[in-house]
Design a protein around this ligand. Structure first.
Ligand code: AMP
Ligand code: ZN
Length: 494
């Protein structure tokens, strides 16, 4: 069955076919680098990461571009406030964004920066002016004439019948119900960064940045344009108006929007005290893999309510998967294969694929995998797993992790990185006891621990008790609790 994806433009789930053969070209609106990324931002970036991972797993080649918005109203204001250049101001947050993304298992897209495309943006404006679609005001700013684009409002399903011809707005984000000519290019203000260009001095508006960069990298028409749901209007509506007026061709084919994350049932906001950057959570001792697991557990168009209880459960779920993998990797099994396990593994792969084919139903993919883990664990206890079943069960787990990426990473070194970061940023006091313990006990990575346990089990099976006891003592000294259960050896960090 073909992949089916919701398209905000048609308000329907559609069959997904790339415009060009097996190549998917996609663009995501990236972060505005004026602060550290919060978990809402990462819900969106992880959803897009899963989309591109799933497309690759399904056999497409994917060209995935993300922009870094490194010039906008907020950045200019903050850089001027701090008395530093725009570049100095944004460099720190761009670096943090890339570190955080890697920590949470996001595969890095091709990155483009607004400040590296200023000349192209000015040329774009000049062309729209020539056609009467954009106009210059006395101060040297340029605006897009909304009345020249009758399809305005199609993406956001807004009816702008009574719009005011010539009414203007020059801030990047504005009132949800106003249709006004928006700024393509802003004239310089005293003390603010600006660039000398073919259309005069100034700086680009945020909407223009994405139109120019996406088309420069991916062509005039491409497959997927992504972002959080707040970008539908005005940002994406404006991108469509600019781009389609410029090329006369359809801009993006699929519009992929991720629903806003709630925290403890409320909109995340600094004033409510429920606002968390990714680093805040890691400093509290939560593992990146638990956070990623939680953020991927709910399909991207459904409401996801982030709670600390949910985060604890997510950690338990990841641990369950790790233990399952460990049992299979370290166990010894009779030779041969068992039909039930063979078909369980095959069915699970199919069920995960059908779930993701259905508009990325991640919850169902999780359910399919956990059903396999439950049944395979039961079979393990009843000696119902044979040697040839093991690679198939592990392969199903690996297929899951190619998309969800919660098992691959090694959480503790990443947490160590954040703890180093906290020391240099003066946030040492924020480091929780949990993080300190995790980092201290984490001289051994998960992979190291699993390797040692496998050696320990092998030594025991070979009746080399001296060696197995020595390994066990070493693990205990490193803060690893080892339990011999009826399900085999399990471990956790103290
Ligand atoms: P920004 O850095 O504010 O430009 O946002 C980067 C991305 O995060 C955009 O795609 C936003 O739509 C998205 N975003 C912002 N807040 C949330 C949230 N609470 N939940 C999900 N996505 C969000
Ligand atoms: Zn954008």
């Amino acid at each position: 069955m073909a992949f089916r994806l919701y398209n905000t433009m048609s308000s329907q789930v559609e069959e997904f076919h790339p415009l060009r053969n097996r190549e998917v070209r996609m663009y995501a609106c990236g972060p505005t680098v004026y602060d550290y990324g919060h978990i809402g931002n990462f819900r969106t970036f992880i959803a897009v990461d899963m989309l591109q991972r799933f497309l690759r797993q399904s056999g497409y080649t994917v060209r995935y571009v993300m922009n870094i918005t490194d010039v906008d109203d907020k950045i200019i204001r903050n850089a001027a406030r701090d008395g530093v250049s725009v570049q100095q101001y944004t460099a720190k947050y761009e670096k943090a964004f890339l570190e955080d993304s890697a920590m949470i298992g996001i595969e890095q897209p091709t990155l483009v920066r607004a400040t590296e495309h200023i000349a192209q943006m000015a040329d774009f404006v000049a062309k729209l002016v020539k056609r009467g679609i954009a106009y210059r005001t006395d101060d040297g700013s340029y605006y897009f004439r909304i009345a020249s684009f009758p399809r305005y409002g199609r993406l956001s399903k807004k009816d702008f019948g009574g719009m005011l011809d010539g009414a203007r707005v020059d801030v990047d984000e504005y009132d949800k119900d106003s249709a006004r000519d928006f700024a393509l290019w802003k004239a310089p203000k005293p003390g603010e960064a600006s660039w000398e260009t073919s259309i005069g001095p100034g700086r680009p508006g945020w909407h223009l940045e994405c139109s120019v960069m996406s088309m420069a990298e991916l062509g005039e028409s491409f497959d997927v344009h992504a972002g959080g749901e707040d970008l539908i209007f005005p940002h994406h509506e404006n991108e469509i108006a600019q781009s389609e007026s410029f090329t006369g061709k359809p801009f993006a084919h699929f519009w992929f929007h991720v629903r806003f994350l709630l925290v403890e049932g409320e909109k995340m906001s600094k004033s409510l005290g429920n606002f968390y950057t990714l680093r805040d959570l890691v400093l509290k001792g939560h593992k990146p893999s638990s956070i990623r697991y939680l953020l991927t557990s709910v399909p991207y168009r459904n409401q996801l309510n982030f709670t600390f209880d949910g985060l604890k459960q997510a950690a338990v779920s990841v641990e369950r998967l790790r233990n399952f993998r460990q049992r299979l990797a370290a166990g010894s099994f009779p030779s041969g294969s068992c039909l039930e396990m063979q078909s369980l593994a095959a069915e699970t792969v199919d069920r995960m694929k059908s779930a993701l084919d259905d508009d990325l139903n991640t919850a169902q993919a999780h359910a399919a995998l956990f059903e396999m883990v439950r049944r395979a664990n039961a079979a393990f206890d009843a000696n119902g797993i044979k040697q040839d079943d093991v690679p198939l069960l592990l392969a199903a787990l690996e297929k899951f992790d190619e998309i969800f990426a919660v098992l691959k990473g090694n959480d503790v070194p990443q947490m160590k990185q954040v703890s180093d970061w906290a020391s240099t940023e003066g946030r040492k006091k924020d480091i929780s006891l949990e993080l300190r313990e995790a980092v201290q006990s984490g001289q051994l990575s998960d992979a190291d621990i699993e390797k040692k346990i496998a050696e320990m089990v092998a030594a025991r099976n070979g009746r080399n008790f001296k060696f197995s006891d020595a390994l066990r003592a070493e693990l205990t000294a490193a803060g690893i609790v080892i339990e011999n259960t009826k399900d085999g050896v399990r471990w956790r960090r103290k």
